[in-house]
Design a protein around this ligand. Sequence first.
Ligand SMILES: [Fe+2]
Ligand SMILES: [Fe+2]
Length: 314
Amino acid sequence: MSDALLPDFVQPESGSLKLLHISDLHFGIPYVQSVGEAALRIAPLLKPDAVIISGDLTQRARREQFLAAKEFLLQLPKVPQLVIPGNHDVPLYRLSERWNNPHRLYQEIISEELNPVLRMEKAMIVGLDSTAPRTAISNGRIHKWQLDACEEHFRDVPADVARIVIAHHHFAPAPDYLRDSIMPQAKRSMERFVDLHVDMVLGGHLHRAFIGNSLDFYSGLHRDRGIICVQCGTTTSRRGRGREREKNSLNLIEIGRQFISIVHYIFFHETGEFQATSQHTFRRQTFIPEGKLTRQPLHFDSQQNPATHLDAQF
Ligand SMILES: [Fe+2]
Ligand SMILES: [Fe+2]
C-alpha cells in the first residue's frame, strides 16, 4: 500500500467500542499468578466497554478451579462480561459427570447460560458453546440449532451495529505448522455467518494469538465479504503453544464506525507486564463513504479499493 493511502485509511475514531478479549485462563496447575496479576493490572488501563472470555477458565473443571476463576473475573473492570465454556471446563476424567451433566459446575459457579448474548449499542455479541463433552471433547462442535439461534439474534440488528460471534474452538486453521484440527463442519458455520453478515469471530483454544480471515480458507460463496477471525492465546497459563510457547496474550478490539482494530498484547517477563506488540486494522465492510450504511456487499473498483487489512508492528 502506498503511503498516500494511509492517512485516509486509518484515522483515530472517537467513541469506538472497546472489547477486552481474554482466553484460556486454565486455573489450576497451569495458571501463573504473576501473569494473572499483570492481566488484572492492564485491564482497567485499557478502559474496555465489555470483557470477552473465550473459554477454558479451568484446567480440569474442578470446583476450586472454577471458584478461583470466578474470583479473577470479579476483579476485572466492572463492565459487562460475556463468558463461554471451553473443553477444559467439562470434566475429562470424571466420566459419569461428563456424560450426564458436564457443565454442572460451570453453570453453578460461572454462568448458567452456555450460549450468552450481549447486546450493546454498537455491537451484538453472540456467544456459542462449542464444547462437545460426549462426542468431540477436543475439537468441539457447533450445532445447527445454535446457528439458527444466531440468525434470530442478528435478525433485527441495525446495519451499523457490529455482529460478533464468540466460540472457544476455532473455525479456521492457524497460520503455522502445528496442524491443529479445526472444528468438524466449521465451513458450514462460517458460510452461515457470512450469510448473517457477521463481522468478526473470536476464539481461543489454540493458545496463540493471530488474525485470520474467512476468505483465506472459504473463499467460494462471498468473495467480496470476509469475516475477521480473532484468536487469543492463553492469557494467564503456561500452556502457550507455537510462537507463544511460555508466553501469554490478550487482545484489545476497537470497533469504530469505519474501522475495526485489534491489538495483540503479549506478556514480557522482562517487564512483568503485558505490552502491545501488533495492531491489525480492517475497514468495516458496512461503511460507505457517503455516510450511508448498508449490509449489501460492497463492490469497489480495484483501482480505488485499498487493501482491507493493515498490519503494523510496534
Ligand atoms: Fe485452553
Ligand atoms: Fe481448549
